[in-house]
Design a protein. Structure first.
Length: 162
């Protein structure tokens, strides 16, 4: 199953990857402020740790479109989403019941910030901050996500948007 392609449309919310992990999607939201690259980080609802907007595939949407939708729902931001993921990372949730799959693979799509809504679904549930890629990497826990954040500043996508 090609879950990474822009044309792939989810037919179910829980997609099992070939490695036995559940598929999720995320948006690495970025902007330039005074020629400095900034990344949007948000807090998770459960633990308050720093993450980027992410969630489950949505039936009838591409993975890229779902990542853009998560950025709106969780942080109120809209923008131009990349057609292909810029990377992926794995993580485990240790607070799930033993019968649940607790390992996830997250496909990360770059979203060039255009605007922020005055109101959005999870506005009162999260803290959102614009930070440098280095600061974003320092705040998140997942090693592979740290790498994606640190590498992003030199990527062709970020340079083209400058």
């Amino acid at each position: 199953m090609k879950t990474q392609a822009k044309k792939f449309v989810a037919t179910e919310k829980r997609i099992l990857t070939p490695s036995g992990r559940l598929q999720q999607v995320a948006a690495l939201v970025y902007r330039y402020e005074a020629h400095e690259l900034q990344i949007l980080v948000i807090t998770s609802r459960g633990t308050g740790r720093w993450i980027i907007p992410k969630g489950w595939p949505q039936v009838g949407r591409t993975l890229a479109d779902t990542a853009a939708r998560e950025a709106y729902e969780e942080a109120g931001v809209r923008g131009e989403i990349s057609s292909q993921p810029i990377g992926s990372f794995d993580y485990c949730k240790n607070d799930l019941p033993p019968e649940c799959i607790n390992q996830f693979t997250v496909a990360v799509y770059a979203l060039h910030f255009v605007e922020r809504a005055k109101d959005w679904p999870e506005r009162e549930q999260r803290v959102c901050e614009w930070v440098s890629p280095r600061e974003a990497a320092a705040r998140v826990d997942e090693v592979d996500l740290k790498r994606i954040l640190l590498d992003f500043g030199g990527s062709p996508i970020a340079i083209a948007a400058e």
